[in-house]
Ligand binder design. Structure first.
Ligand SMILES: CC(C)(COP(=O)(O)OP(=O)(O)OC[C@H]1O[C@@H](n2cnc3c(N)ncnc32)[C@H](O)[C@@H]1OP(=O)(O)O)[C@@H](O)C(=O)NCCC(=O)NCCS
Length: 185
């Protein structure tokens, strides 16, 4: 199925916020209480929150649509390590771009939409001179971890990500765009 990725505009915000509210729970570990998940959504994934991301320096929201024009995935990119400065020491290649959010509608999991969105993210990052992408995902999010590993992300370490006051263990990944030192190209 064909997927088109574009930078989000204010017109996309209601659909993206709806998608974000539906997909965020899929990335959470099962032990995280529903009210804690709801509180995170209410604080960080509302239309107002996305309008803030659209306006924020160094932030970019991407929206992927299927052939019918339905929003099926979105990503939030944040330049450098600003999305979690505590992870900066784990990132080996600079400049880097952080993938703060990367979510696909469950009806489109396994469809190639995630790969289309990630290919676009990589292209944008390379075009703006980045030498890597980095992100963090919950240690129990096996599906995301397999997806990122298949797409060249390397484990760099971990972080504690607090959702509604509850600490969660994330794995930190980096996808370099340059050959490792000593490696022939
Ligand atoms: C993570 C995500 C973007 C990946 O997109 P996708 O279309 O599901 O990815 P794919 O189907 O191409 O790849 C998923 C891999 O996990 C495997 N997988 C599927 N279900 C799995 C499960 N329950 N446990 C372990 N692996 C699983 C698939 O077989 C595939 O493995 P492969 O690469 O070896 O073939 C998407 O699943 C998603 O949006 N998930 C919910 C939100 C989320 O977790 N976002 C990431 C937050 S950082």
């Amino acid at each position: 199925m064909s997927t088109t990725v574009r930078p989000a505009s204010p017109d996309d915000v209601p659909e993206i916020a709806d998608l974000a509210a539906r997909t965020f729970p899929l990335a959470c570990p099962p032990e995280l209480a529903p009210d804690v998940v709801r509180a995170f959504v209410a604080e960080h994934l509302t239309p107002e929150a996305f309008r803030g991301y659209l306006a924020a320096d160094g932030h970019e929201v991407l929206c992927a649509r299927d052939a019918d024009g339905t929003a099926v995935a979105y990503a939030l990119l944040v330049d450098g390590t600003a999305m979690d400065p505590g992870c900066a020491s784990q990132i080996e290649y600079r400049p880097t771009v952080g993938v703060s959010k990367f979510y696909v509608d469950p009806a489109h999991h396994g469809s190639g939409a995630a790969t289309a969105l990630l290919d676009d993210v990589v292209q944008r990052a390379v075009t703006r001179g980045a030498h890597s992408l980095w992100l963090a995902t919950n240690v129990a999010n096996e599906r995301a971890r397999r997806f990122y590993t298949r797409h060249g992300f390397l484990e760099r370490g971990g972080r504690t990500f607090v959702v509604g006051g509850v600490p969660n263990t994330d794995v930190v990944y980096e996808r370099p765009f340059v050959p490792a030192a000593g490696q022939c190209s």
